[in-house]
Design a protein around this ligand. Structure first.
Ligand SMILES: NC(=O)c1ccc[n+]([C@@H]2O[C@H](COP(=O)([O-])OP(=O)(O)OC[C@H]3O[C@@H](n4cnc5c(N)ncnc54)[C@H](O)[C@@H]3O)[C@@H](O)[C@H]2O)c1
Length: 280
């Protein structure tokens, strides 16, 4: 196993894999050589990138020319979705709840690409249970995955992000603003993310912009199986797709487009949170 070589200064990166002290395994692409004259491409880290919205964000950024690190759990399908043959990619298997894993992931990206310009805290889980049956361990699992991980990542990435004058995007939910029953832990984390976002925007500005995207219903599985009424209840006439979120995340990460935007929460829900639903 070979540690990835530093990029951006004519260094050689070999097809390699490595494991850090925290057990994080990362996989780099094939051998490449960069010229000293070549401006290094921007690099981003996306959490929970093996599936759903995170995968769409990662693919969108890759297609837009970013170097990319993606972290997801072992067994999440990360290697299948992003085969290690891509030289612009670093796939990292690990758990974003773990402090050392997160800081190793940041180090691995800076080591591999020579910089870190953007972080997307997307990994998230929901446990839907009546509060009387929700255990403290389950509560902590949701808080740690959805909220604490975003704090760990922002803290670990502060230095390289400041240096790059970069950006953070957190993925919250319209459930930060409205609720169905039995979603206390999830909703608490999403409200927490909206607040963490504006706190970070103030603390890390003007070097780093920090924004939040709150998706509504984004169908990540079988879009074709949705019913007409699923689509028609939305003011825009359709259910959301992962690419709807990827588009706005990419815009928020690009200072040329969104350089005057920080601390904001963007609701991307086809208008559902603007619709009154009192029974006639
Ligand atoms: N899909 C929606 O309708 C919707 C709506 C609002 C908000 N969101 C939010 O968007 C984000 C992505 O949702 P999705 O629907 O794509 O979910 P998903 O379940 O399809 O994907 C989530 C990914 O996060 C990974 N993950 C979970 N725990 C992890 C951990 N501890 N460490 C590393 N990776 C971990 C999973 O393995 C998975 O690949 C989540 O934060 C979710 O709360 C989704």
């Amino acid at each position: 196993m070979t540690a990835p070589g530093r990029n951006g200064a004519g260094g050689r990166i070999r097809q390699s894999s490595a494991t850090s002290k925290s057990g994080v395994a990362w996989h780099t692409g094939p051998q490449q050589r960069l010229s000293h004259m070549m401006a290094p491409k921007k690099a981003a880290l996306v959490t929970g990138g093996a599936n759903g919205i995170g995968r769409a964000i990662a693919k969108h950024l890759l297609a837009s020319g970013w170097n990319l690190g993606v972290i997801d759990l072992p067994g999440s399908g990360l290697r299948r979705v992003f085969p290690p043959a891509s030289r612009n990619m670093l796939t990292i298997e690990g758990d974003v709840r773990d402090e050392e894993t997160v800081s190793d992931a940041v180090d691995a990206i800076v080591h591999r690409f020579g910089r870190l310009d953007a972080v997307v805290s997307n990994a998230g889980i929901m446990i839907r249970k009546p509060i009387r049956r929700l255990t403290l361990a389950e509560w902590h699992r949701v808080i740690d995955t959805n909220l604490t991980a975003a704090f760990l990542l922002a803290r670990a990435a502060e230095k390289p992000l400041r240096k790059a004058r970069g950006a953070i995007v957190t993925i919250a939910s319209t459930r930060a603003l409205m609720s169905e029953a039995n979603t206390e832990s999830y909703s608490a984390t999403k409200g927490g993310l909206v607040a963490l976002t504006h706190a970070l925007a103030i603390s890390l500005g003007p070097d780093v912009r920090v924004n939040c995207v709150s998706p509504g219903w984004i169908e990540t599985k079988d879009y074709g199986a949705l019913r007409r009424k699923d689509h028609r209840q939305h003011p825009v006439g359709r259910v959301g797709k992962p690419e709807d979120i990827a588009e706005i995340v990419a815009w928020l990460l690009d200072a040329k487009c969104s350089g005057f935007v920080t601390g904001a929460n963007f609701v991307v829900d086809g208008g559902m949170t603007r619709k009154m639903i009192y029974a006639p």
